[in-house]
Design a protein around this ligand. Structure first.
Ligand SMILES: [Zn+2]
Length: 287
């Protein structure tokens, strides 16, 4: 059931939007006043955001608790998704598609499965940045791919790239606008920025906002929708922006797993594809 609280206007001396720096905002949920909507660019941001200690257990016990298997055991699924994402990137690169000549970096490269897929696709100059020593060591020893084991703020981006990827990374940044600007500045003209983030234009936010707000991660700084992420990237300078649903889950339409007939599922899938209606999204943008 929809639970849409009344908006409460805040004073203009309050928190500023991490995407556009505007001070015009409103709270979106009466029980969670730290979750704020920018009235200028439309993003939702977390005013009490704090980075967590991203230790090695994320890839083992924490991941297992969430998905029923460790990150390493989820290789097949992550690798398959990586190949699909690379296909989309190559389509956007068009004439510049000599993979061996391309320079690519994956920010938040985890255990390196996306980098491994890129290497298998013919990219020779690939590297990663990963805060977890366990994950970066795994990638280096298992796939022989260079990974800088440091937070992005320390590692930075050296030189120019043809492809920069960041899967579920941007939402963790305290200053996402500065990070995306740095990415834009580090891309060759015609280069691709591909990333994924949670989306607030999905069934969880729209139909079950209690759960969305109650489970909102404290280390997530910003929530985009397909509309607001396009606006944000365009303002940074990107063009040819494509947004795809990260997953299509008609069962999330009704909380509690209500039975849905086949036509409703087909309709939902069509709408989700057309509007990128999903709890997560993948974005591909050209400099
Ligand atoms: Zn804003």
């Amino acid at each position: 059931m929809l639970n849409l609280p009344k908006r409460k206007r805040m004073k203009n001396d309050g928190p500023f939007c991490p995407a556009c720096k505007s001070l015009k905002n409103s709270t979106i949920y009466k029980d969670h006043l730290h979750l704020i909507k920018c009235l200028d660019c439309g993003v939702i941001f977390n005013n009490t955001h704090q980075a967590l200690d991203y230790n090695d257990t994320y890839f083992t016990t924490q991941y297992c608790a969430q998905y029923g298997k460790t990150y390493a055991e989820d290789f097949d699924n992550i690798y398959r998704n990586s190949l699909r994402r690379l296909d989309t990137i190559f389509k956007l690169l068009k004439s510049r598609i000599d993979p061996a000549a391309l320079r690519m970096i994956d920010i938040g490269s985890a255990m390196g499965f996306f980098l491994k897929a890129a290497k298998d696709k013919g990219l020779e100059h690939v590297s990663g940045i990963e805060v977890s020593k366990f994950a970066s060591d795994y990638c280096k020893s298992k796939f022989h791919i260079n990974v800088i084991n440091a937070p992005f703020d320390e590692a930075g981006l050296k030189g120019m790239y043809d492809i920069i990827t960041a899967w579920y990374f941007i939402e963790h940044c305290s200053d996402p606008a500065a990070v995306v600007k740095k990415i834009f500045d580090s891309l060759q003209t015609g280069g691709i920025f591909a990333f994924s983030v949670p989306s607030c234009f999905g069934p969880l936010y729209i139909f079950n906002r209690d759960e969305w707000a109650g489970t909102h991660p404290e280390d997530h700084r910003i929530d985009f929708s397909p509309l607001t992420v396009r606006r944000f990237l365009k303002k940074t300078g990107f063009s040819r922006i494509s947004v795809y649903p990260g997953g299509i889950h008609p069962e999330r339409l009704i909380p509690g797993g209500f039975f849905l007939s086949k036509p409703v599922k087909i309709l939902y899938t069509g709408i989700s594809r057309c509007l990128s209606f999903s709890d997560t999204m993948e974005i591909f943008a050209v400099k």
